[in-house]
Ligand binder design. Structure first.
Ligand code: CU
Length: 325
């Protein structure tokens, strides 16, 4: 460090040993900064800790921010020190002594930055795979599932069992709907989840590419027409969470948001039973549950029949069309 200072001996005219001071200050400020970042700011970092995936992402951000702190502190400290003590005296037009390679600084720099980058690569890879910290869609055949879960039944669900809760997320211009195959397959605009139970989101689209972003659950998965994209999470706390579309999908993309709700298991079961009954007439005309969604597979006759109308040939029922009954 001594060669950082402007004289070869590493001392300033006043006798200050800049290198020692800088190193001591850097260590102290880095420790204080890391503690503040990890413990004070950390719990407030997005996306919060409402679910396993959100908490996992928040942990990653805390680690990354804590690792960046000594770097930022070092740069700001060096800059501040230079401004305060290494200014050129007024009227002094001479150049500083040229600096040649300093093997100590070069080695420290290369070893230090290499260690940080290699650690980040290893940490990032681990966090992406082992706890599924990314909370992202894994495509139709996920390589990772929450520990102890299976998909043993697509038609029923009981809390506390290994059979994972299925929620199909359907994106369309410009709204989200949610289908619950294990409760008779109703499709609703409400996204309800039980607390403490692992959830499997099966994300698809009716039209263009959307992206299901349950922001405060730390879940983001592309919604592609004709494709199923699977993402998992387990909510830790009850309460509302925000859903956005995160893929520019047309003129009203910005209004494609939603508020979901994590409720107690008992309330969730109550809600599924009520909703199942309320939507029974609509559920009857939906195509059978499938991992991709084809709206053209609903025969118009079935819709008209469900609405109590007599079908007049093909096509969808259009109330504005005088030709249709
Ligand atoms: Cu969208």
């Amino acid at each position: 460090m001594t060669s950082d200072s402007p004289t070869a001996a590493g001392t300033m005219p006043g006798g200050r040993r800049d290198g020692v001071w800088l190193l001591a200050l850097w260590i102290v400020l880095s420790i204080v900064g890391c503690l503040l970042v990890a413990l004070v700011w950390g719990p407030h970092m997005p996306p919060g800790a409402q679910s396993t995936s959100a908490a996992s992402q928040q942990f990653d951000y805390r680690v990354l921010a804590a690792m960046a702190t000594p770097v930022v502190v070092g740069i700001l400290l060096y800059l501040g020190w230079a401004l305060a003590f290494w200014r050129q005296k007024p009227g002094d037009e001479t150049d500083a002594a040229p600096i040649h390679g300093n093997i100590k600084i070069q080695t420290t720099w290369i070893v230090g930055t290499a260690a940080i980058v290699i650690f980040l690569a290893a940490f990032g890879t681990y966090e992406l795979i082992v706890p599924a910290g990314s909370g992202g869609g894994e495509g139709p055949q996920p390589i990772w599932k929450p520990a102890g879960t299976t998909t043993s039944s697509l038609t029923s669900w009981t809390p506390g069992t290994s059979n994972i809760l299925q929620v199909q997320v359907i994106g369309q211009q410009w709204a989200w709907t949610y289908r619950y195959p294990q409760f008779g397959g109703f499709e609703t605009t409400q996204l309800m989840l039980p607390v403490g139970e692992p959830v499997q989101f099966n994300v698809t689209s009716l039209d263009v590419i959307h992206s299901f972003w349950a922001y405060t659950l730390g879940v983001k998965a592309d919604a592609n027409p004709g494709l199923n994209d699977v993402a998992y999470t387990t909510p830790y706390h009850t309460g509302y969470f925000q859903v956005r579309c995160d893929e520019l999908c047309g003129i009203w993309h910005g209004s494609m948001y939603d508020t979901g709700d994590v409720v107690s298991v008992a309330n969730f079961l109550k809600w599924t039973q009520t909703t199942k009954v309320q939507l029974a007439a609509v559920t009857k005309i939906l195509p059978p549950y499938a991992l991709t969604y084809d709206p053209t597979s609903i025969p118009a006759g079935k819709i008209n029949q469900a609405l109590g109308l007599t079908s007049a040939g093909g096509g969808y029922y259009n109330p504005a069309d005088p030709e249709q009954p």
